[in-house]
Design a protein around this ligand. Structure first.
Ligand code: XMP
Length: 319
């Protein structure tokens, strides 16, 4: 407790000394790291920091609202929430290749971010929620070795060409310390204990072409799964849990009729470092409840399967 308060005081003093009276832009993704980074900056320099949140239209249910509520209403931060869903979706139209999807999302993200950053006068610094493990893994830069398997993209990976000087107040911290810090700074538990979510968002969980209607289906199924997982008290005991929409149709029966609809796959894993992972042995009745709820409540889905592959050889995400 005492150590955390000392860390906060020292870090705030460091941030103030470093940035002086110049403006700082903070990239906010809604994830734990960038949220804690933003909260710390707001505490240190108030309205001198402008937070940029890009809503790429690929977020989960309620995520954008939570970010807006937390930072705008609660922290009174200068939040620039860019509603760019249409840009991302039109750039993704007709694209089915996973790497291609990631490349497009990364590129549009940088364009949108850059454009918004230009609208903030006198911005000199860019704050990022880089953690100690990110620094180690990537040998100093965030576009690390994982990029060779999947083109990783996140808020922490903005290119140097943007021309900002970096502020990385979480560079010495591990994830559990960042969570403690977040609680201390007054972030909601819902933000602090959030499972990681990939930069390309639901696009890599909506296999094949991404469309508005597929995303809506996936969001509903995902919400049901996470709600049931929380109710069962298992959200914090699992590292990551989500639904994937498979472009596979199968035959089913509903009342007197035949159905021919899509499949939802549930993925839930245990892991310490996300480099290797094992599938979670979720209770059978929980899985049964989730499957029934999804099939009853989500139009267009008549089958639910559970992914029992570990990493390696499978990855956590499906694309
Ligand atoms: P994989 O699927 O490679 O994922 O086993 C390992 C972890 O990384 C997350 N992930 C991403 N995170 N940008 C991110 O910030 C990305 O492009 C990205 N792709 C995967 C994934 O959710 C898991 O936690």
């Amino acid at each position: 407790q005492w150590k955390m308060q000392a860390f906060i005081d020292n870090t705030i003093a460091d941030i103030r000394a470093k940035v002086g009276n110049k403006r700082v832009i903070c990239g906010l993704s809604g994830g734990v790291d960038s949220s804690v980074c933003a909260a710390l900056l707001v505490k240190a320099i108030g309205s001198q920091v402008a937070c940029i949140y890009v809503d790429n239209g690929l977020m989960r249910e309620g995520e954008t609202e939570l970010v807006k509520h937390t930072f705008r209403d609660w922290f009174k931060a200068d939040l620039h929430a860019v509603d760019a869903g249409e840009r991302f979706l039109s750039a993704l139209a007709g694209v089915t290749d996973p790497q291609e999807k990631r490349k497009i999302i990364g590129k549009v993200f940088i364009d949108v971010f850059k454009h918004e950053a230009k609208s903030i006068p006198d911005a000199h610094f860019l704050a990022q929620g880089t953690l100690y493990p990110d620094v180690i893994e990537s040998g100093g830069s965030v576009d690390g070795p994982a990029a060779t398997i999947k083109l990783h993209h996140n808020v922490g990976g903005l290119p140097a060409e943007l021309g900002f000087e970096l502020v990385e107040p979480l560079r010495d911290l591990f994830k559990d310390e960042v969570r403690k810090l977040g609680i201390e700074l007054g972030l909601p538990e819902d933000v602090v204990w959030r499972h990681p979510f990939p930069g390309p968002g639901l696009a890599v969980r909506c296999l094949g072409e991404v469309t508005e209607s597929k995303l809506a289906t996936l969001r509903k199924a995902d919400t049901i799964f996470l709600e049931e997982l929380r109710k069962a008290g298992l959200y914090r005991k699992t590292a990551q849990a989500f639904a994937v929409l498979l472009p596979v149709r199968s035959v089913g029966v509903m009342g007197d009729g035949r159905t021919y609809e899509n499949t939802i796959c549930l993925r839930c894993v245990q892991t310490d470092d996300f480099m290797t992972a094992d599938w979670s042995r979720l209770p059978e009745d929980l899985l049964a409840r989730v499957a029934t709820a999804i099939i009853n409540r989500v139009k267009g889905i008549n089958r639910v399967v559970y992914d029992i592959s570990s990493k390696p050889p499978a990855t956590i995400e499906w694309e």
